[in-house]
Design a protein around this ligand. Structure first.
Ligand code: GLC
Ligand code: CA
Length: 548
């Protein structure tokens, strides 16, 4: 029976559908040389830790050469490693060493824009006749008269004037991140060559930064989901990804379930999957920015998850995540980082890892790392600093701005990894580039490894279970207790077995009744020691059952 199951798995599913992927933000993971910044050798030194956790692949946020205006999301050489992180030889070593630990390396491809210090842009801005000029998006105009009123994501106009050639260039992010012109076939070919060069180095896949913005049409004020987007993606995939057995995940803020079926069509014509953000944008005032805080509408959260699970089943593939380097820590955000930190972190893990899709764990999530509340001087993130300045100018009070920053700043996720309770949490022997979360004395990896009640062990177990039971990969999703205002419950069912997940999302005790009979089910995992089965869930209680 066991053998049979494994056979069906290998025939019907792809490696990345059975995988769990771990995201590393290199500058905050582990510093090997005492300069206060994490690096590639630091990651190599932690491969044992990652193998112990059980993950299959690492998504590395950008490590290519970069002036670091946006922490590496502004690349000045796509074929070299930034000296801050190491050398190309270190990268090759990481790919090989990771392989020995059964871990693949997924690189972050930033293809919507480059750094303004990239050779292409340096050339492009020399003259309108320069062969690289058309690698970027230019419009005529007069100084001070912008082509239109489009705004950049990090504040200010999306247009920047270059007096030498009397033109504006378009940038959806910072002024140091000029947008690449995908309409130019030469630029596209250049990108494919670069990707194939990395594939040749043995990487396991790619995460594609803001990929749904590459087909912009600024004259029509189109940023996401431009008319030629899927044409570009199909060409990109054909020219690169399809030549190897890779995982590809696109960051797509504008994705709907309909679009996600195109992106992640099982015919492999575009990508393996996308990150969609419908669930993660729920706690903000509708139509406003993430900084405009609103309580999480829990019923809506259930509706969103349910819809993505049902609609993509068999027709696409979901990515599953609570965190990344741009988002606040989930335990502080939708869990409870006080009294119930451990319970709620585990509940959120159980809820997510039982769903259909590929789960992503962001560094420190497996320890229940939390948000921080720093003074503005201690923040480093360009988005946070610009927001602070902009809102002060607009007349917001300091308190109100800081409340938004404490809740949503990207630096919440970027504080250094907490390895132990020693100096600098074991992250560096120097001065960390961003202050360490002061709670590192209580929350750190060393204290959790080997402790069967720890959050780390919970993640370890969830990863192991996914490998053991095919129902995690191919089971059909069914939402239960749809109208319950506290509980998130569902089943996953395939020919062999049935998974039942019941989670209390809040800090009060609640009761429920299910038709499902759990007496003949095995309790696979729970976050309370004495998990009774009486139809009551204590604060943040989570249970996962299996019926074989
Ligand atoms: C993506 C990245 C983010 C970056 C932006 C611009 O959203 O995740 O960190 O700032 O793209 O590259
Ligand atoms: Ca370093």
């Amino acid at each position: 029976m066991k053998v049979m199951k494994e056979m069906t798995q290998t025939v019907n599913s792809k490696w990345w559908q059975r995988a769990v992927i771990y995201q590393i933000y290199p500058r905050s993971f582990a510093d090997s040389n005492g300069d206060g910044i994490g690096d590639l050798q630091g990651i190599i030194a932690k491969l044992d830790y990652l193998e112990m956790l059980g993950i299959d692949a690492i998504w590395l946020s950008p490590v290519c050469r970069s002036p670091q205006d946006d922490n590496g999301y502004d690349i000045s050489d796509y074929r070299d490693i930034d000296p801050m992180f190491g050398t190309l030889a270190d990268m090759e070593e990481l790919i090989q060493e990771a392989q020995k630990h059964h871990i693949r390396i997924i690189m972050d491809l930033v293809l919507n824009h480059s750094s303004d210090e990239h050779y292409w842009f340096q050339e492009a801005k020399k003259s309108r006749e320069n062969p690289y000029h058309d690698y970027y998006v230019w419009r005529d105009g007069a100084e001070g008269e912008y082509p239109n009123d489009m705004r950049a994501a990090f504040g200010g106009s999306a247009w920047e004037w270059v007096p030498e050639i009397q033109q504006y260039y378009f940038h959806q992010f910072s002024v140091k991140q000029p947008d690449l012109n995908w309409e130019n076939p030469k630029l596209r070919q250049e990108i494919y060559d670069m990707i194939n060069w990395w594939i040749g180095k043995g990487v396991g896949g790619f995460r594609l930064d803001v990929i749904d913005q590459i087909a912009k049409e600024p004259d029509k004020k189109i940023t996401n989901n431009g008319p030629r987007l899927h044409e570009y993606l199909r060409e990109l995939s054909r020219e690169t990804f399809q030549k190897a057995d890779l995982v590809t995940v696109g960051e797509a803020w504008g994705a709907t379930t309909e679009l996600a079926k195109l992106y992640s069509n099982p015919d492999n014509s575009e990508l393996s999957m996308v990150f969609q953000f419908e669930h993660i944008c729920l706690d903000q005032i509708e139509g406003k920015e993430k900084w405009d805080l609103a309580p999480l509408p829990f019923m809506k959260l259930k509706e969103v998850f349910g819809r993505w699970q049902t609609e993509l089943c068999g027709k696409g593939w979901n990515s599953l995540f609570w965190n990344n380097h741009d988002l606040p820590r989930i335990v502080s955000r939708w869990g409870n980082d006080g009294q119930y930190r451990v319970e709620s972190a585990k509940m959120l893990a159980v809820l997510l890892h039982g769903l259909q899709g590929t789960p992503y764990i962001y560094q420190g999530e497996e320890l229940g790392m939390t948000n921080v509340q720093y003074e503005i001087e201690d923040y480093r993130d360009i988005e946070t600093l610009n927001l602070y300045r902009e809102r002060l100018e607009k007349g917001y009070s300091r308190e109100e701005i800081m409340r938004s920053i404490h809740a949503k700043s990207r630096d919440n996720a970027r504080t250094p990894m907490q390895w132990n309770d020693g100096a600098n949490a074991g992250f560096t022997e120097g001065t960390p580039w961003l202050k360490i979360n002061p709670n590192y004395r209580e929350i750190h990896a060393k204290g959790q490894i080997g402790d069967e009640d720890s959050i780390f062990s919970c993640y370890q177990k969830l990863i192991r279970l996914r490998k053991e039971y095919s129902v995690f990969v191919d089971g059909d999703f069914q939402m239960l207790l749809e109208n319950d205002r506290n509980i998130f419950a569902y089943t996953r069912t395939n020919a062999d077995s049935r998974l039942l997940v019941v989670c209390n999302f809040y800090d009060t005790t609640v009761s429920y009744s299910l038709e499902e009979d759990v007496t003949d089910m095995e309790l696979l995992i729970s976050n309370y020691k004495d998990a009774d089965q009486t139809g009551v869930l204590r604060p943040y209680e989570a249970r996962m059952y299996l019926k074989k």
